[in-house]
Design a protein around this ligand. Structure first.
Ligand code: PLP
Length: 267
């Protein structure tokens, strides 16, 4: 038998997130993205949503014990080179995930999913404090959109890039090593995503695409960043590569013709 160390191994990434039956967001978006970026994807499902491009019709949260078991199964046999966390639903799920990752030391991208673009809640309002105290400190990168950043800080939504930078710095003080303030919910001809770390701030700018087909963009970006980190790119390179790829994926989404509501991007 070959020794383990001599065997070449594919890079792997784990997504801990909710299932979107419509295939555009959540676990489905994450696994498609991992594949598209050349990374072997594994998953721990936190919640099952009955969902399509028009909205979320039902949610069933997976038991914390089953979430713990899924993460344990993956970590024990298929060590991830990066982890992405998405929908967490409620406090017991957050506690289960935080406990299960206590010994994990690799890169962790945390997408603080709260409300779907359809307006449906994906995180209990009572869970925001747990998200802040238990998971933000574990994150190498936190990827809030402007409403999520405002919600985590208990403040109004940033109306300028300067204000987004101030909010990013405030979020940094809650423990993540870096914050990517996503500008997709802003206005203006360009969409500016702003990376804030203790040393620097850096803008990733792309022309804003006017399209209704943006379902799953947040999930897709955070999993693309996790994939690039799993491949060994540093944080700035990983965000740059993921950002460029998402821009093309949103443009290509218009051609899919999937669903009658907010269609998905092309993974
Ligand atoms: N459904 C699930 C399971 C998700 O994890 C997410 C992630 O944000 C969404 C839906 C939201 O998708 P969107 O807001 O892009 O429609």
């Amino acid at each position: 038998a070959q020794s383990e160390t001599s065997m070449p191994r594919a890079r792997t990434a784990l997504t801990i997130a909710g299932s979107d039956s419509g295939g555009g967001a959540g676990i489905q978006a994450d696994l498609k993205t991992f594949s598209a970026r050349g990374v072997f994807g594994t998953s721990a499902i936190t919640a099952i949503t009955a969902q399509n491009t028009q909205g979320v019709q039902a949610v069933s949260v997976v038991s914390p014990a089953m979430i713990t078991a899924q993460i344990g199964s993956v970590l024990g046999d298929i060590p991830p080179d990066a982890i992405k966390i998405g929908m967490l639903a409620d406090v017991p799920v957050i506690d289960a995930v935080a406990d299960a990752l206590a010994d994990y030391r690799g890169p962790l991208v945390l997408d603080p999913v709260m409300v779907a673009k359809s307006g449906d809640a994906l995180l209990a309002a009572t869970a925001r404090e747990s998200l802040r105290t238990r998971l933000l400190p574990l994150a190498a990168l936190l990827t809030p959109n402007l409403p999520e950043a405002a919600c985590l800080l208990g403040t109004g939504e940033a109306a300028s890039v300067e204000e987004a930078e101030r909010q990013g710095r405030a979020l940094l003080r809650l423990g993540p090593r870096a914050v990517l303030m996503k500008g997709g919910h802003g206005s203006g001809p360009d969409c500016v995503d702003l990376l804030v770390t203790s040393e620097t701030s850096l803008r990733f700018t792309a022309p804003r695409i006017e399209t209704p087909h943006t379902h799953g963009t947040g999930c897709t970006l955070s999993s693309a960043i996790a994939a690039e980190l799993a491949l060994g790119h540093d944080l700035v390179a990983a965000i740059g590569r993921a950002h460029d790829w998402l821009h093309h994926a949103i443009r290509a989404g218009a051609g899919l013709g999937i669903g009658r509501g907010h269609g998905p991007v092309h993974h």
